[in-house]
Design a protein around this ligand. Structure first.
Ligand SMILES: *Cc1c(COP(=O)(O)O)cnc(C)c1O
Length: 392
């Protein structure tokens, strides 16, 4: 199909909730191709989902092999892949049990249900979230999300969420009451504009949660699976949460999410308390199991640290050349830069030159190449970005 044919169908039959205009038909590694065969460097990784690059051969083969063996049996039966994946996650995070879901919002819903269940016998049901956070688009995860423009017209939302300034420990301390069950936050706010939690802040949150005997919940949906240079974002800080949620890169594009709960609270979501039809199918778990294998076999965390430093250095150089860039931030390959103005325009100009980037929170541009990217590819992308900036 040609681009106009695809867009015509899209405009006639799809709910017009998105404003996408570029059909992409094929991907390999850090590259994607449109309907006219034009090549793009993809520094969006499908919003930090295809972290191993597009169609990584090990993941593709795992999906193909499992698709021919067993796709789905429901959670009325045990499948052999799900426990293996749960073990991989638990062994590489904190001593934990895992519940599988299908998306980030669903994993966060499960995490919120876990906190409510935990708080119920203690008379605690409120969850404190951070200003500018993002946790999903269901009615409850939207209630936990501080983005008034996407909440508008969907009320009444789920009760029991409040917001405090991010990285402000005193404000959090003041906000905790006898009704508070949990504090929920991202190690680095992605949609909020690549805003990292200070490491001493995460440690401070952990301490406050201990002091008041409440839960620390981490949304690792965007920070998880290596993007920051550690497997999980919290691992830079030396403290671990009571629970975390995963999704996005867990299956490298195959939909899968997970709630990971400390073994200390393993009885809270007991038999019958939560369920989903599709969660943790053999097929989804086989994709995610292959993702763990690739991250380890290819020593990707090391590459993220090295390439992250290289890319951040190049972005800081561009900031020196273009005063329009106010700030460059983020660890590993979870990088963003803030503009005075014109982030959308810049992303459009870069795409026209063959470089795909993401915006966030107004005037932040996110640069999320795949984790196995090399220097040559990064330099090529930075060159295109330089050209796009020159036109602003
Ligand atoms: C993307 C994202 C979500 C929502 O995930 P979906 O799979 O889109 O529901 C939740 N939290 C964070 C931090 C995210 O980046």
């Amino acid at each position: 199909m040609t681009t106009p044919e695809i867009l015509d169908l899209q405009q006639k039959y799809l709910m017009q909730t998105y404003s996408a205009e570029l059909p992409l038909l094929k991907g390999q590694g850090a590259r994607v191709w449109d309907a006219d065969g034009k090549e793009y460097l993809d520094f969006t990784s499908g919003i930090s989902v295809c972290n191993l690059g597009h169609c990584h051969p090990v993941v593709t083969e795992a999906i193909q092999r499992q698709a021919a063996r067993l796709v789905h049996v429901s959670n009325l039966f045990v499948n052999e892949v799900q426990p293996q994946l749960a073990a991989l996650i638990a062994q590489r995070s904190f001593d934990a049990r895992v519940f599988f879901a299908n998306s980030g919002a669903e994993a966060n819903e499960a995490m919120i249900k876990f906190a409510r269940r935990w708080g119920s016998p203690r008379g605690r049901h409120e969850i404190i979230c951070m200003e500018h956070c993002f946790h999903g688009r269901t009615i409850t995860t939207l209630a936990a999300t501080d983005k008034p423009e996407i909440r508008q017209g969907f009320g009444p939302l789920t009760e029991g969420f409040s917001f405090v300034p991010f990285n402000d420990l005193e404000a959090l301390d003041r906000a905790i009451t006898e009704n508070t069950a949990a504090v929920m936050l991202e190690a680095i706010q992605g949609e909020g504009g690549v805003r990292p939690a200070r490491l001493d802040y995460l440690a401070g949150v952990r301490e406050l949660c201990h002091k008041y005997e409440i839960l620390m919940l981490l949304d690792e949906v965007q920070t998880g699976m290596g993007r920051t240079g550690e497997l999980f974002g919290y691992q830079h800080s030396g403290v671990s949460p009571d629970a975390m949620s995963l999704a996005k890169a867990l299956g490298n594009g195959f939909p899968i999410g997970a709630l990971v709960v400390s073994r200390k609270w393993e009885g809270v979501l007991d038999k019958g308390s939560h369920a989903t039809t599709f969660g943790g199918t053999p097929l989804a778990c086989a994709a995610a199991r292959a993702v763990f294998k690739v991250i380890e076999d290819e020593d990707l965390l090391f590459n993220v640290k090295q390439m992250g430093e290289h890319l951040k250095g190049a972005l800081i150089q561009l900031a020196g050349k273009y005063p329009l860039i106010k700030d460059v931030r983020g660890p590993g390959l979870m990088l963003g830069f803030e503009l005075e103005d014109g982030a959308k325009e810049l992303v459009g100009k870069a795409a026209a030159k063959g470089l795909l980037l993401l915006t966030a929170a107004g005037n932040v541009v996110r640069v999320y190449p795949p984790l196995n990217v090399d220097k040559t590819t990064l330099d090529q992308g930075v060159g295109l970005l330089d050209q796009a900036l020159a036109e602003l």
